[in-house]
Design a protein around this ligand. Structure first.
Ligand code: SF4
Length: 64
C-alpha cells in the first residue's frame, strides 16, 4: 500500500504552494487550510519534492 500524505491544518499558513504544485492532490477546504484529498493522484516522490519538502512550515506528513 502506498503511503498517504496528510496536512496538519493547525500549522498550515495557507501559502498555496502545495495546492499550486499538485492540484490533483491538495486543495483548500472551507476553512482556508490545505488538505490532501487524493494522495494517490501523484507519486510519493512528487509529493515529497513538490509539497512536503517545500512547505514553509513543514506541516505535510506521511501517514504511518
Ligand atoms: S505548502 Fe504547507 S503551508 Fe502552504 S498551503 Fe500547503 S500545507 Fe499549507
Amino acid at each position: 500500500m502506498a503511503k498517504k500524505a496528510w496536512v496538519d491544518q493547525a500549522e498550515c499558513i495557507s501559502c498555496g504552494l502545495c495546492v499550486d504544485n499538485l492540484p490533483d492532490v491538495f486543495r483548500f477546504d472551507d476553512s482556508g487550510k490545505a488538505e490532501c484529498f487524493d494522495s494517490y493522484a501523484a507519486t510519493e516522490d512528487e509529493i515529497q519534492a513538490n509539497a512536503i519538502d517545500i512547505c514553509p512550515v513543514s506541516c505535510i506528513h506521511w501517514e504511518e
